[in-house]
Design a protein around this ligand. Structure first.
Ligand code: CA
Length: 526
């Protein structure tokens, strides 16, 4: 072979490499066990300096407050097109968006437990085994937390006071409770509202509440109905019990008051705080708080719940301000999945196709607002991709906890999005979002393109959970351009879009990470 032939082959290879590299996928893999990210060195540099200046001024690491609503739809808050227009004004959430960064492509998992575990582990639920909500009667074969390292533990070890208030829903047995997995303190309910209130709601569950034999049988498998307070390495006590639907209606005020009290205390302390406040509302079944009076124009219990959540969000922000920590606290407001349409009209609103329980946009695209006075430019809006798991990496960075502390024997799916959120013109470091349904890899979004290889289809109007089927797509994946078809109804198809192979290739590469890092089965089903 002549030397110029070798050169031409090498030139050809390098051309192929550069073409592949210059394609749709801008991400770079920096470690075998980490999700590839888009390098953003310039904005990273600016934000490192911004954070250092703040730390010099405040003398400590920033506080972190996550506000997680249960089952709130993308279209519920006013700043996302809902609010007063759909019967429940949300002035405080809207203020948060006006004063910070509103994300319009922010993604959760499609149900509660998967999202709640993913944001605390930085890992896709199929990896940790927490693939679906834990319900009354579920028997787990092993404790998923036994070998997981939670964000709460990492921050607690890194000098933070860590608290989870409200709904947990990631296991209620000893060893699985918030104060067993890293939180210094826990004050809340282990399960979802309906799991608790069904035993005191004869109107909705007469065959349970009014039948002593069935009621007794239910009690043996029922979720805990107590407000629980627990301390890491210390005692766990039952504060009170939900004995009526009115008690359930009052629950969120009690929880919000606790968080407010703790913010005030923690603001005076030398330690920075990490508080995850998880509302019980607006998950079905919603009951109005009888002490607060009517809060919404619509009067429906769901709408009353949206308005109540908004009220408490306003109180949290007022408390941070009055405690003098507004400029040193990163606040993130979100929902853990889309609206539960099976419970309509006790359900939220999404402008998208599908709902909780599906991997169409209605199930997974949720409100996401980052607020930080003086650190996030007011009025920013971004459609760049953000996965709620990214809160894991971003919070570690803010707390100054190195990712070197993370085990190397497992795969991490989070991306550190600190500079996306804090730079005035920040761009996302996430190239793709992957959508799972239990152990099924369903879809992938890159930029405005989303390809589905499997879909969940309701067989009756609204019944996305209780009467739906899981199906493989046909010969071609369903490829949608979300900018021209946000409702995912008109596939751009295999003939009309050059990016199908790239998006499906990305999805397959993601699936391949499970070969080296196998999933964990804890008995919830794979
Ligand atoms: Ca939920």
């Amino acid at each position: 072979m002549k030397i110029n032939q070798v050169y031409s082959i090498l030139l050809g290879l390098s051309l192929v490499t550069s073409i592949a590299h210059a394609g749709l996928d801008r991400s770079v893999r920096t470690a075998e066990n980490r999700e590839p990210a888009i390098p953003r060195p310039e904005q990273d540099k600016v934000v490192v300096a911004k954070l250092a200046a703040l730390e010099k001024k405040s003398g400590k690491k920033p506080n972190i407050l996550w506000i997680v609503v249960d089952d709130m739809g993308y279209g519920d808050p006013g700043c996302y097109g809902g609010g007063a227009a759909i019967g429940a004004a949300t002035p405080n959430i809207d203020d948060l968006a006006r004063g910070g960064l509103k994300l319009t492509s922010c993604y959760a998992q499609q149900t509660c437990t998967p999202t709640r575990s993913a944001i605390l582990t930085g890992r896709i639920p199929f990896r940790t085994g927490l693939t679906r909500p834990i319900l009354s009667g579920d028997k787990l074969t092993k404790n998923p937390w036994a070998d997981e390292l939670s964000l709460a533990r990492l921050l607690s070890d890194g000098g933070y006071y860590t608290l989870l208030t409200g709904k947990w829903h990631v296991g209620e047995a000893e060893g699985m409770r918030p104060h067993d997995v890293g939180f210094d303190e826990y004050y809340g309910y282990y399960s979802a509202q309906k799991e608790i209130s069904q035993r005191v709601d004869p109107r909705r569950f007469p065959d349970l509440v009014n039948d002593p034999e069935k009621f007794k049988a239910f009690e043996s498998i029922a979720s805990d109905d107590h407000l629980v307070r627990g301390f890491k390495g210390g005692k766990t006590e039952e504060v009170s019990q939900v004995k009526s639907i009115e008690d359930m209606g009052r629950a969120d005020k009690v929880l919000a008051d606790f968080t407010i009290k703790k913010i005030k205390e923690a603001a005076k302390d030398d330690k920075p705080f990490f508080i995850e406040h998880c509302f019980m509302k607006v998950h079905a079944d919603n009951f109005p708080n009888p002490d607060l009076g009517s809060l919404s124009a619509a009067k429906y219990y769901y709408k009353e719940a949206v308005a109540e959540v908004d009220f408490h969000v306003g109180e949290f922000m007022k408390t941070l301000d009055e405690a003098g920590v507004l400029e040193n606290t990163f606040v993130f407001f979100t929902s853990d999945n889309g609206p539960q349409m099976d419970a309509w009209p006790d359900a939220g609103y999404t402008p998208f196709r599908g709902a909780k329980g599906t991997t169409f946009e209605g199930g997974v695209r949720i409100p996401g607002i980052a607020y930080w006075k003086g650190m996030i430019k007011p009025g920013r809006v971004s459609d760049d991709l953000f996965d709620l798991m990214d809160l894991f990496g971003t919070s570690l960075n803010l707390a100054g906890v190195s990712t070197d502390k993370l085990p190397k024997d497992r795969y991490y799916d989070f991306i550190d999005q600190t500079s996306f959120l804090l730079h005035d013109e920040g761009e996302s470091a996430r190239e793709a979002v992957y959508f799972w349904w239990g152990g099924e890899l369903m879809a992938c979004r890159m930029r405005e393109y989303k390809a589905h290889v499997k879909v969940v289809l309701p067989q009756s109007t609204h019944m996305q959970i209780d009467m739906s089927v899981l199906q493989n797509v046909g010969l071609a994946p369903w490829l949608f351009n979300l900018y021209i078809d946000p409702k995912e109804q008109l596939p751009v198809g295999h003939r009309r879009n050059a990016w199908l192979a790239t998006v499906v290739g990305k999805l397959k590469a993601h699936g391949a990470t499970f070969k080296k890092y196998p999933p964990k089965d804890i008995g919830l089903g794979m």
